[in-house]
Design a binder for this molecule. Structure first.
Ligand SMILES: [Zn+2]
Length: 412
């Protein structure tokens, strides 16, 4: 492959010489051309990839930057085919590499051949027949399979997409996803011999089949119905909900019977919300996993509080201290004492609680910060802490000096 690379003359080297004789006007397509990019294999590009640069009736050659009436005819000079050229520079295979006037002349010549040349006439008729039956489009799609998308098409798609408002794109995507799910559901129901997916699911669950089993039988992913039934058939999903709840709660039945509870929600409400048991404690009592308890709480719409037992104990302790001091709440007790100028130590001594606990309670009630009328005292000056790595290096450095200082005067 011979590529003509024309570079600009160095300005500094030309300085000091006598002025050059005026050059004759160059024909179009000749002269200094700038390289606008380099392909992955190092081939320089004189026109942007994915673009055909047309100036008047001339087209720029990507390989040498010359302006030509027909780059297709010129490619032989580089030893390239049009297909290789289009692939290398990200152009569509059908992209014309000729100027508008050349294209017009070529079309006119071809029209005459189409009328007078029997072979061209027959070929054109066969091609139009293939296009009419859709055979041509099918063959083109099959041939294009696995071929990378040309840069030119990518840019065209991006231009078209950028002109559409994002909310319209989102809406269209959601609509397409919904149609795809509905299509998959209808096909699965048809395969199983049912009129629609809802009828299939209700009939099979009445026989005791799980949603995962029905999904598998219908040739879908095992989670397909769990995920999408509510969307493709909300009525069937609603009818199924009590059945599914009952199946999930079946594992709880022995424990509920033993403990004297009628159903799972009343048991969970009593233990977690009223008695402040943690999920682990409930799991231990019911003989189920922590995951099963968390899942049941979620399923029955009961909010799970983490560390519920400790939090409840902490609240109780605060309430007890406040009641002993004659207050309704710990916040009331602390705010009253702090407003009267009590220190944390004094509060700790009075309540019989550690000062750290008092301060933590005050922080939880939003009572920390400088007291009104008592500006915060600056902290006493402390020696900055030296990092241990520095201490080690200082120790190493000081050793020779300490040795030197012990050398007797006479031996210096
Ligand atoms: Zn060229």
């Amino acid at each position: 492959m011979s590529v003509e690379v024309i570079t600009a003359p160095a300005g500094r080297a030309a300085a000091g010489r006598r002025p050059a004789a005026p050059q004759p006007a160059r024909p179009p397509g000749h002269g200094i051309r700038a390289v606008v990019g380099v392909l992955a294999d190092g081939t320089p590009c004189y026109a942007p990839a994915g673009e055909v640069v047309v100036a008047g009736s001339l087209v720029t050659c990507h390989l040498c930057g010359r302006l030509l009436r027909s780059v297709t005819a010129h490619l032989k000079a580089h030893g390239w085919t049009k297909q290789a050229y289009c692939e290398a520079f990200g152009l569509e295979r059908g992209q014309s590499l000729e100027g508008p006037e050349t294209r017009k002349r070529r079309a006119a010549a071809f029209t005459a051949r189409l009328v007078f040349d029997p072979s061209v006439r027959e070929g054109s008729a066969a091609g139009r027949q293939r296009a009419r039956t859709g055979e041509l489009a099918r063959d083109a799609a099959a041939a294009a399979r696995g071929r990378p998308i040309p840069e030119q098409r990518r840019r065209k798609v991006l231009r078209a997409l950028s002109a559409i408002p994002p909310e319209v794109v989102t809406q269209a995507n959601a609509e397409r996803a919904r149609r795809r799910l509905a299509g998959a559901a209808a096909a699965a129901a048809r395969r199983a011999g049912y009129p629609d997916i809802g009828t299939l699911v209700l009939a099979r669950t009445a026989d005791g089949a799980s949603l995962a089993a029905i999904s598998r039988e219908a040739g879908l992913h095992k989670d397909w119905l769990s995920r999408h039934l509510g969307q493709v058939d909300p009525a069937a999903a609603a009818a199924l909900r009590p059945l599914r709840q009952a199946r999930w709660d079946a594992a709880w039945r022995p424990a509920l019977h033993r403990l004297g509870f009628g159903d799972v929600p009343s048991y969970l409400r009593e233990r977690h919300l009223a008695q402040h048991w943690t999920a682990s404690a409930i799991a231990a009592e019911a003989g189920l996993s922590h995951h099963a308890v968390a899942s049941a709480l979620r399923r029955h719409g009961l909010a799970q509080t983490p560390h519920v037992a400790k939090r409840h104990a902490s609240r109780q302790r605060a309430a007890e201290v406040a009641a002993r001091m004659g207050f309704d709440s710990i916040a009331g007790y602390l705010s009253q004492r702090r407003a009267a100028g009590w220190t944390w130590q004094a509060l700790a001594a009075e309540s019989g609680q550690p000062a750290s606990w008092i301060r933590r309670q005050a922080a939880a009630c939003g009572l920390t910060g400088p007291q009104p009328g008592r500006p915060r005292q600056p902290a006493p000056h402390r020696r900055p802490k030296v990092p241990s790595a520095q201490v080690r290096s200082l120790t190493r450095v000081s050793e020779p000096y300490s040795l030197c200082s012990t050398v007797p005067k006479g031996l210096e």
